[in-house]
Ligand binder design. Structure first.
Ligand code: UDP
Length: 452
């Protein structure tokens, strides 16, 4: 182990919560394996160094201003970040690489940072890639152009075929294909093709998944890409890493959960970017009230288009909130999902949230919003069968029905049983000899092998 202490890894996360968390977790995992860690980061959503005192943090000074970084068009924003980061990243990487005492053993970048491919090559630094989503959705993104040529995309064009199967990706239906609202479809194509080329040319791909969860997709990826692939997830269970939250976690929800009955609470959170309209906000509130179950609801600042003022919500909801609910602006989600009181997770199926729920055996109510979330949700409901789709729009009656199905009615037992079995698989892949454990050994050796 100690021989690795002077082996330095430089990691560069995309500055969104769902990308920062897994990159910091990966950093912790590799640090535990004896590597020293430098995190390069943008000024935008810069991580808090005090939460990770054993890592070195270096800003690349991207010059991105808060006014430029609206998440309403994620494609445009990601393209802007790529464009702004290229020059300062190159400068910083060259500086870091020329440090005589601590050369860079390997650079690990987020797959969405396509520009790093040429920069790393010019700087003579070996580059690996972290893809923060699942293996299945990665394969779908890789075939985006083909799916368009075959008429599946854009989804608006195939409006009347939404329920048709996508023969290339069973059991996906047309409506499950990743849709990303953007005014810049060409930029989306560019981002995706840069991502795929960047993977192809990399020294290896690290995935936050595990064999028993996505075996078919992993095996196809290995056939399709002649590169080393390391599924070593679920990351957050491999090591106890400090929180990478950009918002303050409200710990009061844990003492609130302590007072609730086992498996009685529905935890509601739609991640760090998804937002709902005011009318959807109100319908969610009515559904929670109608469910008659205790609820913990994350209402992030900016997560409602319009106003998230509580006073705007119907009075029957406010009464339910007082009696058996709690709202926070940001939760310690992994702790919440691990709490014995939580019996269901109403989620947007971001990949981190999906894996975190699977890792704790918590059944899901799926409300995917965009991007890979729809792929993840289909797998939750139809392949792993550990959740229900909240189909066809938000409606209070359907919401209450879904919550009661998972928390109260008889059929909850089967779903819970399957979720417990999947949790056991997630646990066992991390134990000595398990698939992720072995893959992590392979990754550590692969990184070191570059030096010989
Ligand atoms: N998260 C959290 N507290 C919250 C909501 C979310 O800590 O109140 C974390 C969650 O645990 C996950 C990340 O934020 O690790 C969200 O990532 P995900 O991929 O699920 O969704 P995204 O935010 O990228 O849409």
């Amino acid at each position: 182990m100690n021989q690795r202490n002077n082996r330095r890894l430089v990691l560069f996360p995309v500055p969104f919560q769902g990308h920062i968390n897994p990159m910091l977790q990966l950093a912790q995992i590799l640090h535990n394996r004896g590597f020293s860690i430098t995190i390069l980061h943008t000024d935008l959503n810069a991580p808090d160094p005090s939460s990770h005192p054993h890592f070195a943090f270096r800003s690349i000074g991207d010059g991105l201003g808060q006014s430029e970084v609206s998440t309403s068009d994620l494609v445009r924003l990601m393209a802007l970040i790529n464009a702004r980061c290229a020059a300062p990243f190159e400068e910083r990487l060259r500086e870091e690489a020329s440090s005589p005492d601590t050369p860079i053993t390997c650079l690990i970048v987020d797959a969405l940072f396509g520009f790093t491919r040429d920069v790393a090559e010019r700087a003579g630094v070996r580059r690996m890639v972290l893809r923060t989503g699942g293996a299945t959705s990665l394969r779908v993104f890789a075939r985006f152009r083909l799916l368009r040529e075959r008429g599946y995309l854009p989804i608006e064009v195939s409006e009347c075929r939404l329920e048709d199967p996508v023969a290339e990706f069973p059991p996906l239906q047309v409506k499950d294909l990743p849709g990303i609202n953007t005014a810049e479809p060409k930029q989306l194509d560019q981002l995706l093709s840069d991502m795929i080329e960047g993977l192809r040319d990399s020294a290896g791909v690290i995935l936050n998944t595990f064999e028993d969860l996505e075996q078919p997709a992993l095996s196809l990826l290995r056939q399709e890409y002649p590169i080393a692939i390391f599924p070593i997830g679920p990351f957050h269970k491999c090591s106890s890493s400090s929180s990478g939250s950009l918002l303050a976690e409200d710990q009061s929800c844990i003492s609130w959960l302590d007072k609730q009955a086992p498996n009685s609470v529905v935890y509601v959170s739609f991640g760090s970017i998804a937002a709902v309209s005011e009318s959807e906000y109100s319908e969610i509130a009515l559904g929670l009230a109608d469910s008659q179950q205790p609820f913990l609801w994350v209402v992030r600042p900016g997560s409602v288009h319009g106003s998230e003022a509580l006073e705007k919500l119907p009075s029957c909801f406010l009464a339910a909130l007082e009696e058996r609910g709690k709202i926070v602006t940001w939760a310690p989600q992994q702790e919440v999902l691990a709490h014995r009181a939580v019996g269901a997770f109403w989620t947007h199926n971001g990949w981190n949230s999906t894996l975190e729920s699977i890792s704790e055996g918590v059944p899901m109510i799926c409300m995917p919003c965009f991007s890979d979330q729809k792929v993840n949700a289909r797998f939750v409901s139809d392949v792993w069968r550990v959740g229900l789709h909240l189909n066809n729009g938000l409606e209070r009656r359907k919401i209450a029905e879904a919550i009661r199905k998972l928390l109260v009615e008889k059929e909850r037992e089967e779903v819970r049983e399957r979720a417990a079995q999947l949790k056991e698989k997630a646990d066992s892949c991390l134990r000595q000899g398990g698939s992720s454990f072995r893959s992590l050994d392979g990754l550590a050796n692969h990184i070191l092998a570059s030096e010989s």
